[in-house]
Each structure stands twice: as C-alpha cells, then as structure tokens.
Design a protein around this ligand. Structure first.
Ligand SMILES: [Zn+2]
Length: 330
C-alpha cells in the first residue's frame, strides 16, 4: 500500500496519456500529426518549455465533449488512487478550451461527472480549482470568472498558471479581488521561473493562501522567514522541475534544503503524463535520489493534508492525517 497523500498541484489537461489522446481523436474525428501512440510518446520527450507547451495545446484539440473531460478525469483518478492519492485539488484551464469553442459548461460538467463519483469509484475526494492563463490579458481572466459564475458550487478556488516571466501577479489584482468577494480560495504559480518578488507579490497583492512551485523563494532570506512564520504551503513538483529545467538534475533539487529551513513543502506531479510520473512516482524519485527518510516522507504526506482546502470537512482531514501517522513503510 502506498503512502496516503493529497495532490495539490495537478493540471488535468497534463494527465492526457498518448493512448487516451488517440482514443479521443478517433472518437471526435480529430487528425493528430502522429502515426501511432509510440510516435506520440516520443514527442513527449520534448526539450524545453516551449516545445512542451506546443504539444500540450496541440493535444487539447482532442477534448471536445463532456464525455471527453469525464474520461480524462477518470483516467487520472484511477492512476492517482493506485499511487496513494486520497484527496486531489485539480486545476483546469478554461481559457484554453473556450478559445477553441469548447464552453465552460462542457468542461466543468464533464469533469464533475468524474469528480462527483470519485469517492465511490476511486476512493479519492476531490476539489476543482480554475486557473487563469497568465500570458492572456487581465480582461480575459475577468471574462472567464464571469463565465464560471453558474458553476461556482463546483469550484473551490482560482489559480494562475502558464508562462510566468513578464506576467507578474499584480496584472491579475482585479480578478483575484473579485474571486475573493465570491468566497473563492486563491493560489498562484510563482517563483518557478519568475523571481522571488513574484511570490511576495502573489501573497501581498493577490492574497494567495498557497504558492505553486515557489522554488526561487530560496533567493530571498526574508521571504523564506515569512513563508516559514506564516506556514504558507509550497506545492513543489520535482520531476516537472527537471523536465522544464528549473533544476538541472533531480539530485540537485532543493527540497531537502527547503524542508530543513522549515518550509511547509508538498510534493506533486504538475503535468504527470508529460513530466515522467504521477504523485507516487514523484515521492519515489525524491526518496531514491534525494535520500529522504521515512520521517521526511511522512512529513511531506502530512503537509499535503494540512495544506489542502478541507476546512469544510475537518473530520475528513483528521482521518487522512491519522492514516499518514499510522502508515507502515515496511
Ligand atoms: Zn503547474
């Protein structure tokens, strides 16, 4: 039995495996420029952020109907459950779908058909976090929030993702204020490729409760002290960091340094179909490569539930935390 954990940094579009991409392409009559799944899997060996993003957006074309989103989410939940994920807070990118004519309702209702049944079907509780693409305009983010209003009972919070540099958090002040007024929780990607100032700005200007990635906080001692003092969770994604060259090799990943500093770190998979593994694979990788012992692994699992948005169900959180404490590594 794998270590129980929550996954807090997972883009559902990044869970599209080559086999499902081909299945959906056939179902929807979408032509993919790859002969078969083997050739497509080779394309997943991209070299940098831009070639990853090109492939990521190209393959989204196969997602057309509610059923496609349901199938995508069910495939993820089955894999996550097999790796010990007990609770998942799942990002989705509505702008990437609306731009190609797939409506907010199709995306949310389709995902919800899987998420609503997830506890019974997979033993995984779930929440949905709507992300804005930060390389799109602030106006587009506001329109997206407006389009989501009929579905807010299914969305726990908002996030900010895609290309970070040149798109500081302050650009999205207005939409974050509007989301806060609607009672939505707030997170944002910051300090992955962008500078530590973006982390500070996400906290001060956007009022975020968690930082996605946040690796570069280490460049600012005062910021680290603040993150430790205020118990701000960081959702780290070690295998993603290597594939997108935020760190050169996994053995140089600063996770142990960050934990030693007292930061509230969690380990997640980001876009697992593309980055070489799901949540449990990321845990295995840091255990083997960074030499994390049982205490550290248990701490990471505990942190994932502490950092999750389970305030509406503290009983559940306590149950998950008890599972972590009772876990036997042998
Ligand atoms: Zn991400």
């Amino acid at each position: 039995m794998p270590l129980p954990k929550a996954e807090l940094h997972l883009h559902i579009e990044g869970t599209l495996e080559p086999e499902l991409a081909f299945e959906l392409a056939t179902r929807n009559g979408v032509e993919l420029p790859y002969a078969d799944t083997d050739e497509l899997r080779k394309a997943y060996q991209f070299e940098d952020l831009q070639s990853f993003l090109n492939l990521y957006y190209e393959l989204m074309a196969v997602l057309r109907t509610e059923q496609d989103f349901t199938d995508l989410a069910n495939a993820y939940l089955a894999r996550a459950a097999a790796q010990g994920v007990r609770h998942a807070e799942i990002f989705f990118d509505p702008q990437a779908h609306m731009a190609r004519g797939v409506g907010m309702g199709t995306v949310v209702e389709g995902l919800w058909r899987a998420l609503g049944d997830s506890e019974a079907a997979h033993g995984v509780s779930t929440q949905l976090i709507m992300c804005f693409l930060r390389d799109e305009s602030a106006e587009s983010a506001l329109e997206t929030l407006e389009a989501a209003k009929p579905y807010l009972d299914r969305i726990v919070g908002i996030g900010l993702d895609s290309a970070e540099v040149g798109h500081p958090p302050v650009k999205f002040r207005e939409v974050y204020d509007a989301a806060a007024a609607l009672g939505l929780r707030r997170v944002a990607h910051a300090g992955e490729e962008g500078p530590p100032e973006y982390i500070t700005e996400a906290l001060d200007v956007l009022g975020v409760e968690r930082i996605d990635h946040g690796l570069r906080c280490l460049e600012d001692e005062a910021l680290v002290a603040r993150l430790v003092r205020d118990r701000i969770p960081l959702t780290l994604c070690p295998l993603s960091n290597v594939r997108l060259r935020a760190v050169d090799v996994l053995s140089e990943h600063p996770l142990p340094v960050m934990m030693d500093a007292g930061l509230l770190c969690t380990v997640n998979s980001d876009d697992p179909a593309y980055f070489g593994g799901y949540a449990g694979d990321n845990f295995d990788a840091v255990r083997k490569t960074l030499g994390l012992g049982e205490d550290r692994l248990r701490e990471l699992a505990r942190n994932s539930f502490v950092a999750s948005f389970l305030e509406h169900d503290e009983e559940r959180r306590a149950r998950y935390l008890a599972e972590v404490e009772a876990y036997d590594f042998r």
